[in-house]
Design a protein around this ligand. Structure first.
Ligand code: MN
Ligand code: MN
Length: 333
């Protein structure tokens, strides 16, 4: 079947849902073209079907395609930010990385290399997980491209700064401790947002503070409100290159049941989107949305939430990128 696409600003846009129903055909993120259908992308959305680093419920390996399916209803204009991201820059779906499920070390190397390959021409990545293990190689690649340690916002119910788990250094509970140890994060500009739930002991928090992390708890978001939190986060980030990592379990299980380690008392999808929109204008160099486990989802709640989070991350990136002169479009893909 012919793919009738919306083109605007000289970009190859999503399939035109006024002519081909949005539930028809194979899913790409927001019905965008595949990377092989465009000359190059300014922003690539890529999946990492990997969940061999989880400590509780498995299933996040299916997260990327679940988010793509749930993203069919996304439309090309983002009124909250007054931006048409797919007209402003070329956005494309780069498909999935082929990652070894039986060897975490090799998987991490594959993700890092693929991320470097995809960003070799200056493209920025929004990655759909996958479990949170993949944040480490994504951060390594983003820091290499940024050329300096980065600021980071980590949205999560959990700290993910354990040292080891069952003796393993590379799991979904350890990526941010490893990243600090590797010197790829600017420890004056890293924060967790949305943390809550019981810990093993107060030592978890003491360790975390020692690494430099600021903490905005889920309770802080509720008690202080979005505007104050955004001010606090922006002050800490300054003008540094910023990476944003979103573990979907930052949302309350009522908003995101489809995840591996749910904790009660989370923020709402509205609060998360409002905080993200508050980051407008910052130099967002990379982002991920991880830990979507569709087997535990209901009525696509988690998939829809994750797809909107990814859409706002793409919009924030597109908003700050200077549009290049577009290449001529071929309509016959
Ligand atoms: Mn988590
Ligand atoms: Mn996490």
């Amino acid at each position: 079947m012919e793919e009738l696409r919306v083109t605007g600003g000289g970009r190859l846009g999503p399939i035109d849902s006024s002519r081909i129903p949005r539930y028809a055909g194979a899913a790409t993120f927001a019905r965008l073209p595949r990377l092989d259908q465009v000359d190059r992308a300014d922003i690539a959305v890529v999946g990492v079907p990997f969940d061999s680093g989880v400590s509780y419920r498995p299933g996040a390996r299916f997260g990327g395609n679940h988010i793509r399916e749930a993203s069919r209803l996304l439309r090309p204009y983002n009124p909250a930010l007054d931006v048409s991201p797919f007209e402003r820059v070329q956005v494309a779906d780069a498909g999935d990385m082929a990652v070894n499920p039986f060897n975490i070390g090799e998987a991490i190397e594959t993700v890092q290399q693929n991320a470097l390959d995809l960003t070799a021409d200056g493209a920025r990545l929004v990655t759909l997980g996958g479990d949170h293990t993949i944040a480490l190689p994504l951060l390594r690649a983003a820091a290499e491209r940024a050329g300096s340690p980065m600021a980071m916002l980590h949205f999560d119910a959990h700290l993910d700064t354990w040292d080891t788990y069952f003796g393993a250094e590379y799991t979904h509970g350890t990526p941010f401790r490893r990243a600090v140890e590797e010197g790829i994060l600017d420890t004056e500009a890293i924060s967790h947002v949305g943390t809550r739930g019981p810990l093993y002991g107060v030592r978890d928090l003491e360790d975390d503070r020692r690494f430099g992390f600021g903490i905005v708890t889920s309770s802080d978001v509720y008690r202080k409100g979005v505007d104050e939190i955004v001010d606090q986060l922006r002050q800490r980030i300054g003008d540094r290159p910023l990476y944003v990592s979103v573990d979907i379990d930052v949302l309350d299980p009522a908003h995101a049941p489809g995840t591996g380690t749910p904790e009660a008392g989370g923020i709402t999808s509205r609060e998360l989107l409002e905080i993200l929109r508050g980051l407008r204008g910052l130099n967002l160099v990379g982002a991920d949305v991880v830990e979507v486990a569709p087997a535990y989802d209901h009525a696509e709640l988690t998939g829809v939430a994750a797809s909107h989070v990814a859409y706002d991350l793409v919009t924030l990136m597109a908003d700050t990128l200077t549009p290049a002169t577009p290449a001529p479009i071929t309509e016959d893909h």
